[in-house]
Design a binder for this molecule. Structure first.
Ligand code: NAD
Length: 355
């Protein structure tokens, strides 16, 4: 027990639920970091971990990140996250999703779930058979808030990249700005498409090399190997795959002016914010720039609770506030000498009553 409380990523989480359902084979962790601002909200990750301790670390770090993200997005929601531990074959069954839905329901609304890496809209529909504390469900029409949060996350990142380019490079247009995109899934793919429309020069990488190559062909960009993307000389490195990529080696490899992307928990450790700044690289704090999806999820959920449908125009208006929020962080960073990640953390901690 003492080892658990000493876990470096444990941050006075309100609740950490270990779930095991023998009949379906479901093993999951649900972490509720804070409900200070409202019910904790954050997606469910379905991932194979070689070491289960990695799953606990992810649940703890990602749920704290959601507290900060939701607070900074101005949402009346706290922070939580779930991780389903997949086996090596990544087998996901309807029975497992049903058992997971029961586990969410048992928390009585303290945790609201949605999609994350490895979890689709169809999976959420299955979970919704067992609990109402779920969001990211299909929508009836394009004016209604909801559905896959990925496109809203991508839209916010695209706006954030534009803001970063204006701030750091003094360029109002993305035309000819070189962006290296790591991960071309739901978020990274959406970011790449939006950047391409503005004439950005794209280099794309994914561990699924055919996926990156296909998208590069479609958008007129270049595909590179996933182990080469961080060292690609570019204006903006946009990480949209997994977290902790900004470690000593990753930062040393970077050849860019800006890091702005959607992956959660990009800094391997807190000191890596300082290491990025020491290299003169502008950093867009991940949970601020990637809040578009949770804004959609929360708008959908809160509207459904009131028996109405959320409005997609309201989601887009809230997502459009992301660049202004980033700019105020960078301004405060400049005036205080604190790095942008520390400024954002302090703002978020104040909002959730933990400063
Ligand atoms: P996804 O599963 O659709 O896409 C992830 C992509 O990254 C996949 O194509 C995968 O092959 C690729 N990938 C994995 N490891 C890689 C590596 N080492 N190098 C290059 N590519 C790699 O997931 P997503 O929804 O696009 O999420 C991407 C990131 O954004 C995650 O960190 C997620 O937590 C974060 N995020 C997602 C949302 C959302 O709305 N989906 C919101 C906020 C944050």
């Amino acid at each position: 027990m003492s080892a658990f409380w000493a876990e470096p990523d444990f941050d006075a989480h309100e609740l950490v639920q270990l779930v095991h359902h023998r009949a379906s084979g479901l093993t999951a962790i649900i972490a509720v970091h804070s409900t200070h601002l409202g019910p904790s909200a954050g997606g469910t990750r379905f991932w194979h971990y070689n070491d289960p301790a990695g799953a606990m670390r992810d649940a703890l770090r990602l749920s704290r990140g959601m507290s900060y993200k939701n607070a900074m997005a101005g949402l009346p929601m706290g922070g939580g996250k779930a991780v389903i531990l997949a086996d090596e074959q990544r087998i996901k069954t309807p029975e497992m999703l049903a058992a997971f839905g029961d586990a969410v329901e048992a928390l009585g609304g303290r945790y609201v779930t949605a999609e994350d890496v490895g979890i689709s809209e169809a999976d959420m529909v299955a979970v919704a058979q067992r609990t109402s504390h779920v969001s990211g469900l299909p929508v009836a029409d394009s004016a209604s808030a909801g559905g896959d949060p990925g496109p809203f996350t991508a839209y916010g990142i695209y706006l954030g990249v534009k803001a970063a380019v204006a701030h750091k490079l003094g360029r109002e247009s993305l035309s000819g700005v070189h962006v290296a995109v790591q991960g071309t899934g739901s978020v990274g793919g959406g970011v790449a498409r939006l950047l391409a429309k503005d004439g950005a020069k794209l280099t794309l990488a994914d561990i699924d090399e055919s996926r990156a190559a296909k998208m590069a062909g479609e958008l007129g960009g270049t595909a590179t190997a996933s182990d080469a993307i961080m060292a690609t000389p570019c204006d903006v490195f946009s990480p949209n795959a997994l977290g902790a990529i900004l470690d000593d080696a990753g930062i040393a490899a970077l050849d860019c002016a800006i890091v702005a992307g959607g992956a959660n928990n990009q800094l391997a450790r807190p000191e890596h914010g300082g290491k990025l700044a020491a290299r003169g690289i502008l950093y867009a704090p991940d949970y601020v720039i990637n809040a578009g999806g949770i804004i959609s999820v929360a708008t959908e959920y809160l509207a459904r609770r009131e028996g109405r449908t959320g409005d997609v125009a309201q989601v887009n208006a809230l997502v459009a506030q992301i660049p202004g929020r980033l700019e105020s962080i960078w301004q405060e960073s400049k005036s205080t000498g604190l790095t942008s990640d520390v400024v954002a953390d302090r703002m978020a901690q104040k909002l959730i009553g933990r400063s």
